[in-house]
Design a protein around this ligand. Structure first.
Ligand SMILES: Cc1cc2nc3c(=O)[nH]c(=O)nc-3n(C[C@H](O)[C@H](O)[C@H](O)COP(=O)(O)OP(=O)(O)OC[C@H]3O[C@@H](n4cnc5c(N)ncnc54)[C@H](O)[C@@H]3O)c2cc1C
Length: 509
């Protein structure tokens, strides 16, 4: 009989897992997704399909962080649903966050995995992950570091091919400020500026729904259930996961159950299933299967502010595609030997406005989340903890100064009229810190809430393969198991982890 696999959550990880595991006819895969299922590109909502649409909330869980932001005049409102609130955007749709994200396809770096192995995760070295980073991509850059022919098409707008003049001017300004400029910022040298690798093809966002699931749809051993929400996992008395219970009362039996519901969804399902902090489970009268303090803890996210400019509409011209170039730099400045901890991109959200999302990619702040009820429809309590660590604040202040130097330099003078946030009068350290606390936002890259670690390690939820400690037949494979946040956007890392886990679960690793 075929092995019955139930995957909970059809996002970046879930889409990859369902497609790869159903390649094997010995598996019978059911993928459960709370949001709508769009089986083909033609049936997909236009904003989900269109890679130029960034920051929409039509397919979102509607969560917010309890990190307060002070309401203040002039704070950028891009991506902000409600004033004074930091949104925790989470895609609720087939493809998950990969269906709503910015399609920024920067890959994790060898240094990221050196940190993972340094924490004791010896199976996550760069040499072990690179084959899977290559397997998932179809990157015309080619060479030893890139894959060609994988499901996810990578596109770069270059000066010879589609880059808008303001993007070229940004790269020139970065070079003048002492930053190296490369054609391939996913290549061997990750420091500096260049065309941003994007997972888009002919204007279509290459989500896992499009890149992985769509070509697998005609398989008899793959069932996708859209608009169905997982409540919890059911265990036998000896602690083996045997079924998934949906909120509509459906019970799906499985020989293998994989949670891929993301950094908020997966710990929520675990907690409702009786695996989580004992105090919380007792408070919510959830029978304890296993008390694990780490479920919902260890949350790390990339914090961000939008340095904002009024620009000459005519000079900028066409504003789409809105995202084309990136600068990765150390907060110590262009000449510093320090690690790359900041990225700036140039975003043209509407005529006359240019945003520079400045993102802290090596945050020291920690957040957490927990469910507030046994009711799967109740929103969890999330605290991202953005800028709680003073070093995060100070490095962001240095980053704003570097962005100003670049944006005020000669190559961009033709475009930039004035800085509109934080504003030219905000110059002292104290004023800049205040501005960051008013304008703080998240890049929506939360990880770590079901963190991997050796059995018995305090807080560890899963082992290095994603198997949940202390029970049988249950895995978590998604952003929540990362032991540390990569210093890059997280989608490619999640897809790589799912590619690798699928091989392991097929006994091929
Ligand atoms: C607005 C936004 C922009 C981003 N931009 C970028 C970017 O440009 N580049 C980049 O690399 N990263 C980006 N990210 C981050 C990246 O997309 C995520 O880190 C990654 O997609 C997470 O993958 P995942 O599989 O862990 O979770 P998800 O992709 O979130 O998948 C989880 C899935 O599980 C479903 N689910 C949750 N709970 C349940 C339940 N109880 N029952 C059934 N289904 C459930 C969800 O609906 C979702 O489809 C962005 C994220 C957001 C939100």
């Amino acid at each position: 009989m075929a092995r019955r696999i139930v995957i909970c959550g059809g996002g970046s990880a879930g889409g990859v897992l369902a497609a790869r595991l159903s390649e094997d006819p010995a598996n019978n895969v059911t993928l459960v997704e709370a949001g709508p299922d769009y089986p083909t590109a033609e049936e997909t909502a236009p904003e989900v399909l269109d890679a130029n649409r960034i920051g929409f909330t039509t397919h979102d869980w509607g969560y917010a962080s309890s990190d307060g932001v002070r309401e203040a005049d002039g704070v950028p409102t891009f991506g902000v649903v409600e004033q004074g609130v930091v949104p925790v955007l989470r895609g609720k749709v087939i493809g998950g966050c990969s269906s709503v994200n910015g399609a920024n396809a920067l890959r994790p770096t060898p240094e990221d995995f050196a940190r993972w192995t340094g924490l004791g995760h010896d199976r996550w070295s760069w040499d072990q992950v690179l084959p899977y980073l290559k397997k998932l991509e179809d990157d015309p850059a080619g060479g030893d570091l890139h894959g060609t022919g994988g499901p996810v098409r990578i596109t770069r707008f270059t000066e010879d091919d589609g880059m808008r003049p303001v993007g070229s001017a940004f790269l020139e300004a970065c070079a003048q400020a002492g930053h190296p400029v490369h054609e391939d910022v996913n290549g061997a040298d990750r420091r500096g500026a260049g065309p941003l690798p994007l997972n888009r093809k002919d204007g279509v966002r290459q989500s896992t729904a499009i890149a992985y699931l769509a070509p697998a749809r005609d398989r008899d051993n793959l069932t996708v259930l859209g608009e169905r929400t997982v409540d919890r996992v059911e265990f036998t008395d000896d602690g083996t996961a045997r079924a998934v219970l949906l909120t509509d009362g459906t019970r799906l039996e499985g020989d293998l159950i994989v949670l891929a519901a993301g950094s908020i969804g997966s710990p929520s399902i675990l907690m409702r299933s009786g695996i989580g902090p004992g105090r919380l489970l007792d408070e919510l009268s959830i029978p304890v299967v296993r008390s694990v303090e780490g479920v919902g803890r260890n949350l790390r996210d990339h914090s961000m502010v939008y340095v904002t400019y009024a620009v000459d509409e005519d000079a900028v011209g066409e504003i789409t595609p809105p995202l084309q170039t990136v600068l990765a730099f150390p907060s110590g400045g262009a000449g510093s030997a320090g690690e790359v901890d900041l990225h700036a991109v140039v975003l043209t959200p509407e005529p006359g406005v240019l945003l520079v999302p400045l993102v802290l990619y090596r945050p020291y702040s920690l957040g957490s989340m927990e469910i507030t009820s046994r009711d799967p429809d109740a929103a969890p309590h999330i605290r991202l903890g953005l800028f709680d660590h003073p070093d995060d604040l100070h490095r962001m202040v240095s980053g704003i100064r570097e962005v100003r130097k670049i944006m005020e330099s000669g190559p961009l003078q033709k475009y930039v009229r004035a800085e509109t946030w934080p504003g030219p009068d905000v110059t002292s350290d104290a004023d800049l810190v205040r501005a960051v606390l008013q304008g703080k936002n998240t890049c929506c890259h939360a990880v770590g809430t079901c963190v991997m670690g050796g059995e018995g390690t305090p807080g560890a939820v899963v082992d290095q393969s994603g198997k949940v400690h202390g029970v049988e037949g249950l895995y978590v494979i998604d952003a929540s198991i990362m032991p540390d946040i990569p210093a890059e956007p997280t989608n490619t890392t999640v897809m790589m982890m799912a590619e690798r886990a699928a091989d392991e679960l097929r006994g091929r690793a």
